[in-house]
Design a protein around this ligand. Structure first.
Ligand code: RM4
Ligand code: MN
Ligand code: MN
Length: 481
């Protein structure tokens, strides 16, 4: 199904790479199913040839021996830097892991955004859905691992269900498929007191209709996941009947679930606060889990990493959801204070590593691949948008690759023997390995640029879109709410 690209090792022009990736990820709207995520299976994938794997072997490189001039013993010949180097089998593990790792980019990450204090307009920001697809297409072209773009219905589908037709055209043109569909149940005036939890049945009905339309859009685009995020809650004690709202949520989620085609999923996201400041109807993973169970078997929980209190152990939540077969996907971003939407791993990369580790450990123990949608939910108003998305994707790849280096057999033994230092060191050692050379080698084997960000900056794309979009952006045009 996919032609191997061994031989296409140099990344010269955007066109070459475009042609290559098109071979990797053909758009296939003829498929009856919703197999966008795990479409690439080991058997039909474009795996690197063995010689490439074995050619890459850090262990063969000499370990640098430096004269330790700062030492009291002037003649000492120590290895001054303790570098954890990988062997061939580790490089192989990274290659295997990268074959499966795909991450979805958000359309809203390419548009002008800001905070409630103001928006800082970037001349190159996308002003239309088509431009968002064009930008997402660039990210996929250079990274090879972002074949889908998440859409927010009101921001990206101005003609509602009818927009699906245009989006299919954009997907063809820019070589990137529509991914998860996110209904907008929070910005219209009607939703001032909530959507699925609104005391007014007419508003609940309206929210249901919008969800139905979103499911239909997803169906027309062959998107598998509908991601439900609710702003619902209350800001003052005593002003809302918490139990009653829970019942309404169950009712409307159940009705929404009944609209799903087979193979589609309803992902239920949670968030502890904001915009509601007293109670949020779906505030944590337990509430999301109960509601997903009540909705039906195709409903799962979506973990947005930014939607947790600072001290929360997110990887434990991930482990529990995995063991309950209820983890549907992620919205990745990092946080320092609240829902900051910072770049993945920019504050705490070890946490992202631990999350990936729990997933891989689960897969090793159960012998099955966890069916999880990896998605980015970030919108940066200060950094360049495409550059930052590429930075995010490469960071995510690195952390995922590191997690592939944990020795599960040894870890399991260490845990069973209560070998605390041994077990913990397995995680720390894997985390400390510099996986970047292996990832570069993997990209090379796919005809992808070794350094996607550098390739992007040299491609001339940003200069072109800045020229094309600057005038429109100076009018403060934004398709983001
Ligand atoms: C929320 C949440 C949702 C996103 C909305 C707009 O903070 O993360 O996923 O769709 O923002
Ligand atoms: Mn989110
Ligand atoms: Mn958020």
């Amino acid at each position: 199904m996919f032609s191997p690209l061994i031989g296409a090792r140099t990344f010269s022009t955007a066109t070459t790479a475009m042609a290559s990736l098109w071979t990797f990820f053909p758009l296939d709207y003829g498929d009856p199913g919703f197999s966008i995520g795990p479409k690439i299976s080991p058997s039909d994938s474009f795996g690197p040839s063995k010689p490439l794997w074995t050619a890459f072997c850090n262990a063969k490189r000499p370990i640098p021996q430096k004269k330790c001039v700062t030492s009291l013993r002037k003649d000492c010949n120590l290895r001054c830097q303790r570098e954890v180097r990988m062997d061939a089998s580790q490089a192989e593990k990274i290659f295997e892991a990268l074959e499966f790792f795909r991450i979805e980019v958000p359309s809203w990450g390419f548009a002008n955004t800001g905070t409630r204090f103001g928006k800082f307009i970037q001349p190159a920001a996308a002003t239309t859905t088509e431009e968002k697809f064009s930008d997402a297409g660039q990210v996929h072209l250079l990274t090879g691992v972002c074949p889908t773009v998440a859409l927010h219905v009101l921001w990206d589908c101005p003609r509602g269900v009818e927009s699906a037709h245009d989006i299919r055209k954009f997907a063809e043109r820019y070589r990137v498929l529509a991914g998860s569909i996110n209904p907008n149940l929070f910005q219209d005036q009607e939703y001032k007191y909530g959507s699925f939890g609104n005391p007014d049945p007419a508003v609940r009905q309206r929210a249901f209709e919008h969800t139905k339309d979103s499911i239909e859009i997803a169906r027309r685009l062959h998107s598998r996941d509908i991601s439900m995020w609710f702003a619902d809650g209350s800001s003052y004690p005593g002003t809302a009947n918490i139990r009653q709202r829970k019942t309404w949520f169950k009712e409307v989620l159940k009705a929404s679930h009944a609209e799903l085609a087979s193979g589609q999923r309803l992902l239920i996201e949670y968030k502890p606060f904001e915009p509601a400041f007293y109670h949020t109807d779906i505030a944590d993973w337990g509430m999301a889990l109960l509601l997903a169970r009540a909705a039906g078997p195709q409903a799962k929980v979506l973990v947005d990493t930014g939607h947790h209190y600072a001290a929360q152990n997110i990887e434990q939540i991930v482990a529990w959801l995995l063991s309950e077969d209820m983890l549907g996907g992620f919205h990745f971003n990092d946080r320092r204070y609240a829902d900051d939407d910072l770049t993945i791993g920019s504050i705490d990369p070890y946490q992202v590593f631990r999350i990936f580790h729990e997933i891989r450990y689960f897969e090793w123990e159960t012998g099955k691949r966890a069916d999880i949608a990896y998605m980015i939910d970030q919108s940066h108003n200060l950094k360049g948008k495409i550059e930052e998305t590429i930075q995010t994707v490469t960071r995510a790849q690195q952390l995922f690759a590191k997690s592939a280096l944990v020795n599960h057999e040894e870890l399991s033994r260490g845990q069973n023997n209560c070998d605390l230092i041994g077990a913990e060191s397995l995680l720390q050692d894997a985390f400390n390995i510099d996986v970047r050379p292996a990832i570069e080698e993997w990209r090379d084997s796919k005809g992808l640029p070794r350094d996607p960000l550098k390739a992007f900056l040299q491609s001339g794309y940003i200069e072109r879109i800045t020229k094309e979009r600057a005038a429109r952006n100076s009018q403060s045009v934004t398709s983001y709410a």
